[in-house]
Design a protein around this ligand. Structure first.
Ligand code: SF4
Length: 467
């Protein structure tokens, strides 16, 4: 597909440089639009009838290769898809893979409630963000509409997380949809045998619909074409997740679909993908539970990397989910923007005039690692976060993003001189080569701290004296 340039967008803008969009001119706005940092709706003149055709063309030009689909309602609704590129380095990925945990209509009520609670409560602070799970998948293992309706109603009453209603039986799906009619769940799934009925259900209840055609991309594509002809627009694709001998085909299918959408402009494959790592449990009799969980975890990791927009998982153990939540976060951070925190003076505990003063870089991972080491050791201290443009200490020193001048300036601006009576600055071991220059510029005594922040408590115990 042709790469979009700011000139392509600029050519269709009003070109009056009126500044209503908040940018200094139309070209600056076009650059932001191409980088997906501004939407064309911000250009008010474009909404006039004079520019109706240009607006239409811009909308088409900016349409993502993979459609964005919303599941659920309210603040917990998840957006999936909306991908513009196949590879993250080509721009950035948007809408992180949503992770759903399953319950079934044959599980006892207390187990269902417990699994919902665990799903909602599992969270983890990582580089200043809370990592969480996103959805509940309600599966009909009974194939009984009444049972499914009862379970779906109970789930909907106990969570605001978006739901996936799973059955291949339209009667069961309809019972679930009636029980959660206002929740806008994802209907899973249309197959070659039921697609006409499930399409009607998706339209009647205004819900997105998943299409399932295991290891048969031709059939998947035909089903999508039929659904589109029947006015179902919010579609998700499940080409099947088969562990073991089917793993290679599974990963290839995911990659082929995304390649067709992003590189060849194949609109029938331009929809979000669903991976189901919980399939490892279907044929697991006689295998130790830990092994099955481990298989589920690595299958999920492979599918996150291979473009999955939704995953349905069974295990609720932290050790299977957390590594994947971190992997997801790493992949979905914007590679164009260094992961940085706000520079400035931070306090830990209740520091006083004798407390240690340290500094670090404003690379998010560095900052949160240092902060967590100080916090967990319950140290009262000041930490000066120096603006290194989001680069880690050693690289920032090498690239002159962290210099003695910058440290001196940050120290002065922070107002720390009026908060402590000593003049001792602990610098990261990886910035040791700046020590003499910092001393000359600041007139503070420099103590070279540890290279690894986990050694800070030991370092302070041995070396920190204010007199
Ligand atoms: S509001 Fe529209 S016309 Fe005005 S400067 Fe921005 S892009 Fe140009």
């Amino acid at each position: 597909m042709k790469e979009l340039s700011p000139l392509d967008v600029y050519g269709l803008l009003p070109k009056t440089n009126c500044g209503e969009c908040g940018e200094r001119n139309c070209m600056a706005f076009a650059v932001k639009v191409v980088n997906r940092e501004a939407s064309i709706e911000k250009c008010m003149p474009l909404s006039s009838s004079e520019f109706a055709e240009a607006y239409k063309r811009l909308k088409k030009m900016l349409k993502p290769a993979v459609k964005e689909v919303v599941i659920g309602v309210g603040e917990n609704a998840v957006k999936v898809g909306g991908k513009l590129v196949m590879y993250r380095h080509e721009l950035a990925y948007f809408n992180p893979t949503a992770i759903a945990v399953d319950v079934t209509d044959e599980m006892p009520k207390n187990i269902v409630i417990e699994r919902i609670k665990k799903t909602e409560e599992l969270h983890f602070w990582y580089i200043g963000q809370v990592l969480k799970l996103d959805m509940i998948a309600v599966r009909s293992t009974s194939n009984n509409p009444e049972k499914f309706a009862t379970t779906t109603k109970m789930v909907a009453e106990n969570t605001n997380l978006p739901l996936i209603l799973c059955s291949f039986n339209p009667k069961v799906l309809e019972a679930g949809l009636k029980a959660a009619s206002t929740a806008k769940p994802l209907v899973y799934a249309a197959t070659k045998d039921n697609w006409e009925t499930t399409a009607k259900l998706a339209k009647r209840y205004d819900c997105p619909l998943a299409v399932f055609a295991p290891n048969n991309l031709k059939l998947l594509r035909n089903l999508v074409e039929s659904l589109l002809k029947n006015d179902v627009e919010d579609i998700l694709l499940d080409p099947g997740t088969v562990p073991g001998d089917g793993l290679a085909d599974t990963l290839n299918n995911f990659a082929i679909i995304r390649r067709c959408a992003c590189k060849r402009g194949d609109e029938l494959f331009g929809f979000p993908l669903i991976g189901v790592p919980m399939t490892v449990w279907f044929d697991s009799a006689g295998t130790a539970e830990e092994i099955v969980k481990w298989r589920e975890a690595y299958l999920a990791a492979m599918l996150i990397v291979r473009f999955a927009d939704i995953l349905i998982m069974h295990s609720l153990d932290g050790w299977t989910l957390l590594p994947n939540m971190i992997l997801r976060q790493n992949i979905y951070t914007d590679p164009r923007k260094p992961s940085a925190v706000q520079p400035g003076l931070k306090t830990f505990g209740a520091p006083d005039e004798n407390s240690p003063v340290m500094f670090t870089a404003n690379f998010a991972l560095t900052y949160y690692t240092v902060a967590s080491d100080i916090e967990s050791a319950k140290i009262n201290a000041y930490l000066l976060v120096v603006d290194t443009t989001g680069i880690a200490v050693d690289s920032a020193v090498a690239g002159r993003k962290l210099t003695a001048e910058k440290v001196a300036e940050a120290l002065k601006k922070s107002g720390i001189e009026s908060r402590v009576k000593h003049r001792k600055l602990i610098i990261p071991g990886k910035a040791a080569r700046l020590s003499r220059e910092i001393e000359e510029l600041t007139r503070w005594q420099v103590l070279i701290g540890p290279k690894d922040s986990s050694d800070i408590p030991k370092f302070l115990q041995e070396k920190w004296h204010t007199n």
